[in-house]
Design a protein around this ligand. Structure first.
Ligand code: SF4
Length: 440
C-alpha cells in the first residue's frame, strides 16, 4: 500500500494488522513470521521439482488467429513431435521428484494428433504403475475435433479439457477465423459433448483479450455466465504470441487493459451477488498472494522463477523450454531460451546456463527495482517476459510490462480489499484459496 499506515484510523490499523497487511512491532512478530513462512511456501513449490509438464505434440491447428505465431495450418507438415521424442518425454517427466504430476497437452490443437495424446497418456500411466504418483491430464484445445471416441478415452483416463472461448459468437469468430467461419459454434458443440460424456467439471475455458475484446467487458462475462463456466481468466494478450509488426493493429496499452479489467471484474462481482458462482482467476492469483499463507505457485510470480523449475515444456521440435511463453518466443526466431534437447536428463536441463541465468534474473531480493519494491513479498520479476520485450532476461525490471501490470494489480487489489464490505471480503478469501493447474 502506498498510503502511510499512520494516516489510517486506529480501528482500521488494528484490522490490517490482524490480516497481516501491516507489520506489528517486535522482531518475532506474527507478521514477520507470516512473511517468512510465505517466502518458504513460495520456494517450496519450486523445490518440489517440476509438477507441470507441458507437451506440444503438434503445431497444426484449424484456426488462423492473427495474434498467434504458434499454430500451423492442417496442410503444414513437419511440425509434429516424433514418437521417439514423445517416449523420451514420458520418461523424463518421472525424473521430477514431485509427488503430483500435471501433464498438459498444448498446441496448435493437440486433438489433431489425438493418436499422440493417447499414446503419451497410456505410456505415462504405464510408467506410473511403478512410480505411484498422482497424475492429472489436461488438453488445451479448440474442441473442434472432439468426437465420441476421444470422449470415452478422456472419461476413462480422467482427462480435463481447456477450451478457448473469447466471448460472444461474433467476437469469438472474429478473433478466431476458420475457413467455415463457425469457430464459436463448433467450440460450443464440443463443450456440450464433453460435458455430457466426460463430466460437467471436466471442461474449462480460457479467453484471449484482443483489442476488440476490450470494447465488450460485460458481454464477455455474461457469455461465460450463460455458458455455465465457473472460472474466467481476464488476461491481456501476450506479446509473445504475435509478430512485433502486428503490435500496432493488435496490441493495446496497459491503461486500456486496466479499464477493461475493472469493468469486467465489476460484472463478475455483480453475478456473484446474484448468486452465480464465477471466479476471476487473475484476481484469485493476486488475492492468494495477499490473503493466503499457502502459495498457489503461479509461475510468473515465483522467485526464483518457476519457469524450468515448477513447469517445463517439451516441444514438437525436439527441444525443451522453461515455459510455454519461451517456446512461443522460439517460433518468432528467438531460440535463446532452449534448455536442451528432449532425451537429456532433467538434471542436465535444469543445470543449463539458460536455466541458471533465468534463476539469477528472477531473484526478487537482489534484482534492482524489486529488492526495494513494496510488493516483493508477493511478486517477482519475470525474466522470460523481459526476454520477449527487450531480448534480455536481465533487462531493467521497472521497464517491463510484467512489472507495470503487477504493480497495478497489487495496488488495485490492496485498495479493493481495504474498501471491501464483509460479503466481498468473504468472496475474496474464497477466491484466495490455493489453486493448482496450468500456468498459462
Ligand atoms: S511489482 Fe515490479 S518491482 Fe515490484 S516485485 Fe513485482 S516485478 Fe519487481
Amino acid at each position: 500500500m502506498k498510503e502511510s499506515p499512520e494516516t489510517l484510523p486506529l480501528s482500521r490499523q488494528a484490522e490490517f494488522r490482524a490480516r497481516h497487511f501491516l507489520e506489528t512491532s517486535g522482531s518475532n512478530s506474527g507478521s514477520r513470521r507470516l512473511a517468512k513462512s510465505r517466502i518458504a511456501a513460495k520456494r517450496e513449490t519450486i523445490q518440489n521439482g517440476p509438477s507441470l509438464h507441458v507437451i506440444v505434440p503438434t503445431l497444426q491447428c484449424a484456426h488462423s488467429c492473427k495474434y498467434c505465431q504458434v499454430s500451423r495450418s492442417l496442410e503444414d507438415m513437419g511440425h509434429t513431435m516424433s514418437l521417439e521424442d514423445l517416449d523420451n518425454t514420458c520418461a523424463t517427466i518421472f525424473e521430477s521428484p514431485s509427488k503430483t504430476l500435471t501433464v498438459e497437452f498444448q498446441g496448435g490443437d493437440p486433438l489433431l494428433r489425438f493418436d499422440l495424446v493417447k499414446h503419451a497418456i497410456l505410456r505415462i500411466e504405464a510408467l506410473n504403475s511403478v512410480e505411484g504418483r498422482t497424475l492429472r491430464f489436461v488438453v488445451a484445445t479448440t474442441l473442434h475435433q472432439l468426437d465420441d471416441e476421444m470422449c470415452s478415452f478422456f472419461k476413462a483416463h480422467k482427462v480435463f479439457l481447456s477450451a478457448s472461448v473469447d466471448g460472444p459468437a461474433a467476437l469469438h469468430n472474429k478473433n478466431r477465423p476458420t475457413p467455415t467461419r463457425n469457430a464459436y459454434e463448433r467450440t460450443i458443440a464440443g463443450v456440450e459433448l464433453a460435458r455430457s460424456t466426460i463430466g460437467r467439471d471436466h471442461v474449462s475455458a480460457l479467453l484471449t483479450a484482443t483489442k476488440e475484446s476490450l470494447q465488450q467487458p460485460e458481454d464477455i462475462v455474461d457469455e461465460y455466465v450463460r455458458l455455465g463456466f465457473r472460472d474466467i481468466f481476464l488476461r491481456p494478450l501476450s506479446s509473445y504470441g504475435f509478430a512485433k509488426r502486428n503490435q500496432s493493429t493488435l496490441g493495446y496499452s496497459m491503461e486500456a487493459f486496466t479499464i477493461f479489467y475493472q469493468h469486467a471484474l465489476e460484472r463478475v462481482l455483480h453475478w456473484n451477488q446474484e448468486g452465480v458462482e464465477l471466479r476471476e482467476v487473475y484476481a484469485s492469483i493476486i488475492l492468494n498472494k495477499i490473503l493466503s499463507s499457502f502459495d498457489s505457485g503461479y509461475v510468473d510470480l515465483q522467485s526464483p522463477t518457476g519457469a524450468g523449475q515448477s513447469v517445463i515444456v517439451y516441444n514438437y521440435d525436439g527441444y525443451v523450454y522453461p515455459s510455454d511463453e519461451a517456446r512461443m518466443l522460439a517460433e518468432t526466431g528467438d531460440l535463446s531460451l532452449r534448455l536442451g534437447r528432449i532425451g537429456q536428463s532433467l538434471e542436465i536441463l535444469q543445470s543449463s546456463r539458460v536455466q541458471r541465468n533465468l534463476i539469477d534474473a528472477s531473484m526478487v531480493d537482489s534484482v534492482v527495482g524489486c529488492k526495494d519494491c513494496t510488493y516483493n513479498l508477493f511478486c517477482a520479476p519475470n525474466p522470460i517476459d523481459a526476454q520477449a520485450q527487450f531480448g534480455n532476461p536481465f533487462a531493467p525490471v521497472l521497464q517491463t510490462e510484467h512489472c507495470a501490470r503487477h504493480m497495478w494489480l497489487f495496488d488495485f487489489f490492496f485498495m479493493k480489499v481495504r474498501a471491501a464490505d464483509p460479503w466481498t471480503l468473504d468472496l475474496f478469501h474464497r477466491w484466495a484459496a490455493p489453486v493448482s493447474g496450468s500456468d498459462s
